[in-house]
Design a protein around this ligand. Structure first.
Ligand code: SF4
Ligand code: SF3
Length: 550
């Protein structure tokens, strides 16, 4: 075994990747990511001690958040960046330790994550490959399962917290919670019940983090509104932006204005089209292509420069690798990386723009429009119409089909399921899962489209807000009494925090697919089944029957 990773839905054999990641992550990078997390746990233990004496720890939470984000599936494949970050982690950890000692804090007996030392890249590799660092270091499979469930939830939370922070929205309590939870994964005295409680608390903080990001996005760029998004192309050189970071997107739009270079969104950046602040840019053309896993074919045809602001990166074809750029937490060996902001200034995308100017215009792969922009404010604006449609029976049921897309064939289930839904049902979606059915032309119900796209995966928060509002309007006691069914697709750790957030809000009977997480031990899976009614998906026919009879 060269590595062990089971954090995403594509874990090899439904168990875990042990030689190389199905995602393309090499064993050395996987082990470095484990060491990164290990070091962050060490910092967290000391960070909690700093909280106790109210010691100001400038930049610590941002550092932890970035470190977690870098280890999300398909975010960063660049070994060199992990070497750097791990060295920085140890510097930060040791200076924090010195500060605590200087303040007379008794550190007690610290565990290895808070004490290990390394002096070279070779030593980092040696440590990263050692048994005590990885996931399997926790021998009890239920404890391991809960520790990893919490850690993966924190990774998703960190991604959302970073986007909010980039827009100037920080909640110190979220940073503190992340440290508390990371430190708790080192605590052998915690019982399984305590870890289950911490898992739910992770979900509660997931709601807070998504709410914060919602506030950051909407107060910076306005509320998403119903939008017809162009999926065709124009005849200018162009940049394709992927990932989730709206601040990066804004800065790139500003810097490309008047340069003759067009801008398109890809995959999870599609919802940028729904924000009023971005619509005013004439050179923002629309969306090109589909979900992340189609990128090899689509990037090839796009012809222009490509910018990743976050996951999901697929190891590239040589034919286009030299025109791909990363920024923020994302990275890939050989891709050029656009540096972070300095002192409140903007990132400098001039290199990407200059490169784009030398490249041909995109090849058209489709034409027409898709509709989206149904985040909470837009749905509330239509509330009367929606409520009437429910009362008259024109809408019988809503299906929340949020989450991720992925390359597994079994995900055709979601296309077939959407197509088979009766005409008096409406799909509420968010995340890249939508690409399985957002071009099916499922029609509308009295002007309400049958697929309501709230936005990115974090905008699943909007779907929860909509559900809460409907509960209030219909004067129900329980969110589960609403005519809403949850059929969620997951892939990476952002979907894990979305799932934990929904559980913490009391949502029951979520169907999760295309497979249940490999990191759920049979006992932990049982707790989720018994307490929350979580179920795997079956066939379209079986599930349709189940959902419509319920
Ligand atoms: Fe395997 Fe997923 Fe981990 Fe990649 S992220 S190594 S595919 S489990
Ligand atoms: Fe998609 Fe990676 Fe999860 Fe943000 S872009 S939802 S998979």
């Amino acid at each position: 075994m060269n590595m062990f990773c089971y954090q995403c839905q594509e874990a090899a054999g439904g168990k875990g990747c042990t030689k190389v990641g199905v995602c393309g992550k090499t064993a050395d990078v996987s082990n470095l990511q484990d060491l990164m997390i290990y070091a962050l746990k060490g910092i967290s233990v000391l960070g909690l001690k700093a909280d106790e004496i109210e010691l100001e720890t400038q930049g610590m939470d941002r550092f932890i958040i970035e470190g977690l984000f870098m280890t999300i599936t398909n975010a960063n494949f660049d070994k060199e960046r992990f070497f750097e970050k791990i060295k920085d982690a140890l510097k930060l950890r040791d200076s924090l330790k010195e500060d605590l000692i200087a303040k007379g804090v008794e550190l007690g007996e610290l565990k290895d994550p808070a004490t290990f030392t390394i002096n070279s890249n070779d030593e980092i590799v040696f440590k990263a490959n050692s048994q005590e660092v990885g996931v399997l270091a926790t021998e009890n499979e239920d404890v391991r399962s809960l520790r990893e469930l919490i850690t993966y939830g924190l990774k998703g939370m960190a991604a959302y917290a970073e986007h909010a922070d980039n827009l100037g929205f920080e909640d110190k309590e979220i940073g503190k919670f992340i440290r508390k939870a990371l430190a708790a994964t080192l605590d052998d005295s915690l019982t399984a019940d305590e870890l289950v409680a911490l898992t739910l608390e992770t979900g509660e903080y997931g709601v807070k983090t998504m709410a914060l990001l919602d506030k950051a996005n909407t107060s910076s760029y306005g509320n998403p509104e119903i939008t017809e998004v162009n999926i065709g192309v124009r005849n200018n050189p162009a940049i394709l932006v992927s990932g989730h970071d709206l601040k990066d997107f804004e800065e790139l739009l500003i810097q490309t204005e008047g340069t003759g270079v067009d801008v398109y969104t890809h995959s999870e950046m599609l919802p940028a089209n729904y924000y009023p602040a971005f619509k005013k840019f004439d050179h923002f053309v629309g969306n090109y292509g589909n979900a992340w896993w189609n990128q090899k074919e689509e990037f090839e045809k796009f012809n222009g420069a490509i910018l990743f602001t976050t996951n999901c990166i697929v190891p590239p074809l040589a034919s286009y690798a030299d025109r791909v750029y990363t920024t923020g937490s994302s990275g890939y060996p050989g891709f050029k990386h656009i540096a972070d902001r300095v002192d409140g200034g903007a990132k400098d995308f001039s290199e990407v723009i200059a490169h784009a100017k030398t490249l041909p215009a995109p090849t058209e792969i489709e034409t027409g429009k898709i509709v989206g922009g149904f985040a909470h404010a837009q749905v509330f604006a239509l509330a009367d119409k929606v409520v009437d449609a429910v009362k008259t029976g024109a809408i019988k049921k809503f299906f929340v089909m949020a989450g991720c897309d992925g390359r597994m064939k079994s995900r055709n289930y979601y296309t077939d399921f959407a197509a088979a839904l009766p005409k008096d049902t409406v799909i509420l979606t968010a995340g890249c899962a939508k690409y399985r059915y957002n071009k099916l032309n499922l029609g509308d119900i009295g002007g309400i489209p049958r697929v309501l796209d709230a936005g990115q995966c974090n905008d699943s928060y909007s779907l929860a807000v909509i559900a809460m509002k409907l509960k209030e309007i219909f004067e129900l006691n329980d969110i589960n009494e609403l005519p809403i069914a949850y059929n969620i697709a997951w892939y990476e750790q952002k979907a894990v925090i979305v799932l934990l957030a929904l559980l913490s809000l009391g949502v029951k009977n979520i169907h999760l697919g295309p497979t249940l997480p490999a990191f759920l031990s049979p006992n932990v899976a049982n707790v989720l089944v018994e307490t929350f009614g979580i179920a795997p998906i079956g066939t379209v026919e079986e599930d349709m029957k189940l959902f419509l009879e319920a």
